[in-house]
Design a protein around this ligand. Structure first.
Ligand code: PEP
Length: 251
């Protein structure tokens, strides 16, 4: 049985006061949660303030992206070293909004992932197909391509610091959730890819989160599936009560 891992992706939302208030509320409400790992990923500019509030609590802090190079002349980017410096433990990489809005490739995601792992960050690697790809029966091909491409050069040992997030693009922020069966089908496929690429022991231990309009009302059924080990939550992570409602479904 894998321990559930619930992470909130705050995306480009909230102001400083709201981010701090949400972190304070979560710190208090999640204090007694001993059955799941929890993380929140605020925008870069609020990371330091949120990490300060959550220091020593059981809510860990992650970034929504990072750059692959070390500190230097990379205007606008944020390095792994900087994220570590402010107490960041996780980083989300390959989110569909970065792939499809910012045009990030598997190759770039892979460079970031290798740098993040080498620098001591844990990675939440997102993969997922678009609606047109699902309708063209390319779901497995797209997820496999993103999986192998983003994880090139990664060892089985390094996979202890990687969580996969299956996020069907058509379900993100749309209110359309994949049914538990649809999600489980892809999670089981990703588990097979993990076994093929890294061996059974790794496949049995790496957690695969589901992301895409997960809410307290649908979380129990999704988290009840054999290969769904947690959630990457967008909209419902912006309020302490709805995020906690999902966490409680991981019990
Ligand atoms: C996400 O941001 O990764 C996400 C899954 O968003 P939402 O829960 O709003 O669909």
């Amino acid at each position: 049985m894998r321990r559930p891992f619930i992470a909130g992706n705050w995306k480009m939302n909230l102001n400083r006061a709201e981010a701090v208030a949400l972190a304070e509320a979560l710190k208090e409400k999640a204090a007694g949660v001993d059955y799941a790992d929890i993380a929140v990923c605020p925008p870069f500019v609020y990371l330091d303030a949120v990490a300060g509030v959550l220091k020593g609590s059981n809510v860990k802090v992650g970034a929504q992206d990072c750059y692959f190079a070390g500190n230097g002349a990379f205007t606008g980017e944020v390095s792994v070293e900087m994220l570590k410096d402010i107490g960041c433990e996780y980083v989300i990489l390959g989110h569909s909004e970065r792939r499809h809005i910012l045009g990030e490739s598997n190759e770039l995601t892979n460079k970031k992932l290798l740098a993040a792992l080498a620098g001591g960050l844990k990675v939440i690697l997102c993969v997922g197909e678009m609606l047109s790809e699902r309708e063209a029966n390319q779901t497995d091909d797209i997820n496999a391509e993103q999986f192998f491409g983003s994880l090139a050069g990664v060892t089985a040992e390094q996979m202890k610091d990687v969580t996969i997030a299956y996020e069907p693009v058509w379900a993100i922020g749309t209110g359309k959730t994949a049914s538990p069966e649809q999600a489980e089908e892809v999670h089981a496929f990703l588990r097979k890819l993990l076994e093929y690429r890294f061996g059974k022991e790794t496949a049995d231990t790496v957690r695969i989160q589901y992301g895409g309009s997960m809410k307290p009302a649908n979380a129990k059924d999704l988290l009840g599936q054999a290969d769904i080990d947690g959630g990457l939550i967008g909209g419902a992570a912006l309020q302490a009560d709805s995020f906690m409602g999902i966490i409680e479904c991981g019990k």
